[in-house]
Design a protein around this ligand. Structure first.
Ligand SMILES: C[S@@+](CC[C@H](N)C(=O)[O-])C[C@H]1O[C@@H](n2cnc3c(N)ncnc32)[C@H](O)[C@@H]1O
Length: 210
């Protein structure tokens, strides 16, 4: 059955990178992942909900391989186009929607997911999937909005959570089996719409280890 409260990422894919605020946010998140999680050339990495590959391709030169997984075929076509154009040999893509029973494949030293969790009904369900994809000792990094009042997105269709409390997510991750949990602020999105007050939306990066 069609889910009416679902963002149409297929429709947005071709122009996703045209919004400089999105690109800046993804770059800031990727830089925080690099700073805090220290990817290395012997690691196989996964970016779940990779979208057009903004985070994936910033991590690509630093790891052995990186797989971008997404539930939007059009987003995957965008990242595949970039991979082909740049002649990259260590990037794979996989179509997966775990909420529709799709099974992600592979084992990874490093798993990250940026700005995808608020589009997922059950965060605990995604954490379980990502945990199973991690090799023992591997690291998981989840980036998303801190709790907000619903004003971050211009259209809240498909926005299933208005951000998250970090302590709540860390509790869920601990129950999933992750340890050494910590968090940092990866980015702050500033919105200043005409006539409206200036708003700041912090984005966390929570890191845990299997
Ligand atoms: C806001 S975009 C973020 C894209 C990218 N991570 C970035 O930071 O630029 C969210 C992405 O998550 C994907 N997504 C949403 N729900 C998903 C699911 N259940 N399984 C896989 N991907 C999903 C969407 O298709 C979309 O590409």
């Amino acid at each position: 059955m069609e889910d009416l409260n679902k963002t149409d990422f297929d429709e947005k894919a071709a122009t996703w990178d045209e919004d400089p605020r999105r690109v800046r946010l993804a770059n800031d998140v990727a830089d925080a992942i690099i700073r805090e999680m220290k990817p290395t050339r012997d690691m196989d990495a996964l970016d779940y909900g990779c979208g057009s590959g903004l985070v994936t391709l910033r991590l690509q030169p630093l790891v052995k391989s990186i797989t971008g997984m997404d539930s939007s075929r059009a987003m995957l076509e965008v990242i595949q186009g970039k991979v082909k154009k740049q002649g990259l040999k260590n990037v794979r893509t996989q179509f997966v929607d775990f909420e529709k029973g799709g099974k992600a494949e592979g084992k990874f030293h490093l798993v990250v997911s940026s700005m995808t969790l608020h589009h997922v009904h059950e965060p605990a369900g995604l954490f379980k999937q990502l945990y199973d994809l991690l090799l023992p000792g591997g690291y998981l990094g989840i980036a998303d909005l801190d709790k907000e009042d619903g004003s971050f997105h211009d259209d809240n269709t498909g926005v299933l959570h208005f951000g998250f409390e970090r302590a709540y997510l860390k509790g869920l991750l601990e129950k999933t089996g992750l340890r050494e949990l910590r968090d940092t602020t990866a980015a702050t999105v500033v919105k200043e719409n005409e006539g409206k007050e200036r708003r700041e939306f912090p984005v966390f990066l929570i890191i845990g280890r299997k």
